[in-house]
Design a protein around this ligand. Structure first.
Ligand SMILES: NC(=O)C1=CN([C@@H]2O[C@H](COP(=O)(O)OP(=O)(O)OC[C@H]3O[C@@H](n4cnc5c(N)ncnc54)[C@H](O)[C@@H]3O)[C@@H](O)[C@H]2O)C=CC1
Ligand SMILES: O=C(O)CCC(=O)C(=O)O
Length: 442
């Protein structure tokens, strides 16, 4: 989570319709996250020939909790925030998925994100279902005390459905390890003993896993490497563009740079930076940490944040929010490979346009699964109270990401479809099999 105040993204997502479906200025309607998730599910289900009743079951979240969160603000006012925790599926294990703090959070968006978690955990063959949480708030307008109060009260309200064997939250947009530590502490106070496995993405000092911070971005880079090898693209010297320079984007950029690629453009919510000679990712990370924004960084040129998506490159990593690549701009994407660092950055219509233009899209439920994979390692370490060295985390992450990439690639080839539908088909068939074996669906 970044630390600056008044982030234009907090407004832009509300107006670009990413959360709710809305008209863009050009007139094309951007589907909501839930509409996207359902379209993707139906495409895979029709390829698999799934029973219509089962599809309906899979479209429907298992459990939805809406809570009100009263917080005494620093100026003495009582403010009441709204929060959600959605458990989409528990068929393969406890729910797993992050918590988002953002003013544009809606129940539909959280439901879509929970559904994507179900498929993501299934693609990686993790023993989890899917869940997600969100609080409608602007975290940058809150003081640290208000943020802590909000987090503790939200945790207390959702504690009726979370727990190490029920539902395990983690970070997402604008939440971070400190927020996870407060969640762990609040839940532990209720239980009367420390319960580190109730949440992942914690600071290492209170039971977090080494390697979790970088895991999502590292996983994106591994996917890019696997795709590039199969497409005959050498990553050494390859041009990389990253949209969003938060937890996911910055480490995707860093690991791609370590693989020899040249990061020519990056953006955050305030600015896009372009340098044909290649930007130094470690300098960008240090600058962003110190300034809270990339604005003012000494690059060859600056662009509007959304313009970086159209910079010609070999690998494009959209790592911000849903609905970044739509029918409006998909024709102008000039990348060979799109690695979905964010959840839902490419709409179904844009998927079709990119496929027709020969752009390979590595879907979110595979590309950004490195985070939940190391969250799984963190949960296991917490339950066993036995912690792994970082090399073990990284080695096991790499092994699982590459295996899953192979599985998705093979499924897509067998079904003669794109990687997203291949990944969805793999995930949905695993979840459907768990549902069948458990007899959840008579
Ligand atoms: N943190 C994690 O482990 C995981 C996150 N994700 C997904 O990755 C995406 C990013 O999440 P995090 O990196 O955790 O969030 P974060 O809160 O750390 O960073 C978000 C970044 O996106 C930037 N941003 C927002 N709107 C933008 C725009 N329109 N143009 C350019 N930059 C913009 C922000 O300035 C910030 O740099 C989300 O879709 C999230 O659901 C997916 C898997 C795991
Ligand atoms: O680490 C986790 O458990 C989940 C992270 C997340 O929210 C996601 O993958 O979208």
């Amino acid at each position: 989570m970044e630390t600056t105040s008044s982030d234009p993204t907090l407004r832009s997502v509300a107006t670009n319709g990413a959360a709710d479906g809305a008209e863009r200025t050009s007139g094309a309607r951007v589907p909501s996250a839930l509409e996207m998730a359902v379209t993707q599910l139906r495409r895979a289900a029709s390829l698999l020939g799934l029973d219509a009743g089962l599809v309906k079951y899979l479209e429907t979240p298992k459990r939805v909790l809406t809570v009100s969160i009263p917080v005494r603000m620093d100026d003495g006012r009582l403010e009441v925030f709204t929060g959600y925790r959605v458990q989409h599926s528990l068929a393969r294990g406890p729910a797993k998925g992050g918590i988002r703090y953002h003013p544009a959070v809606t129940l539909d968006e959280v439901t879509a994100l929970a559904m994507w978690m179900t498929w993501k955990c299934a693609v990686l063959n993790l023993p989890f279902g899917g869940g997600k949480g969100g609080v409608v708030c602007d975290p940058r307008a809150l003081s640290p005390r208000e943020l802590e109060q909000l987090t503790r009260r939200f945790t207390a309200e959702i504690s009726v459905i979370i727990g190490p064997d029920r539902d395990i939250p983690a970070p997402d947009v604008y939440t971070n390890p400190q927020v996870m530590a407060w969640i762990m502490d609040t839940y532990s106070m209720q239980q009367g003993h420390p319960v580190p496995a109730v949440v992942t993405g914690k600071p290492v000092e209170v039971g977090g896993s080494l390697g979790r911070e970088q895991a999502t971005g590292r996983g994106c880079a591994i996917c890019a490497e696997e795709a590039a090898r199969r497409l005959g693209l050498d990553l050494r010297g390859a041009r990389v563009v990253v949209q969003g320079f938060g937890n996911v984007g910055r480490y995707a950029a860093l690991h791609l740079e370590r693989m020899g690629a040249r990061v020519v453009a990056v953006s955050d919510s305030r600015v896009g930076l372009l340098d044909e000679r290649g930007l130094s990712v470690s300098e960008l990370i240090a600058y962003k940490k110190a300034q809270g924004s990339l604005r003012g960084f000494d690059a060859a040129s600056t662009l509007a944040p959304e313009a970086v998506l159209q910079v010609p490159c070999d690998v494009l990593v959209p790592a911000a929010l849903e609905g970044a690549i739509t029918a409006d701009n998909a024709e102008r994407i000039r990348a060979r490979i799109v690695v979905e660092g964010a959840n839902g950055p490419v709409t179904p219509e844009a998927d079709e346009i990119l496929a027709r233009r020969g752009v390979t899209v590595i879907p979110d439920i595979l590309a950004n699964a490195g985070g939940v994979t190391v969250s799984y390692f963190e949960w296991v370490q917490g339950l066993q109270e036995f912690f792994w060295p970082e090399e073990q985390v990284d080695r096991e992450l790499s092994r699982r990401m590459r295996q899953s990439f192979d599985d998705v690639w093979a499924t897509a080839r067998r079904l003669e479809t794109d990687l997203r539908t291949g990944a969805m088909a793999l995930a949905v068939s695993r979840v459907a099999e768990a549902v069948r074996l458990r007899g959840i669906y008579p």
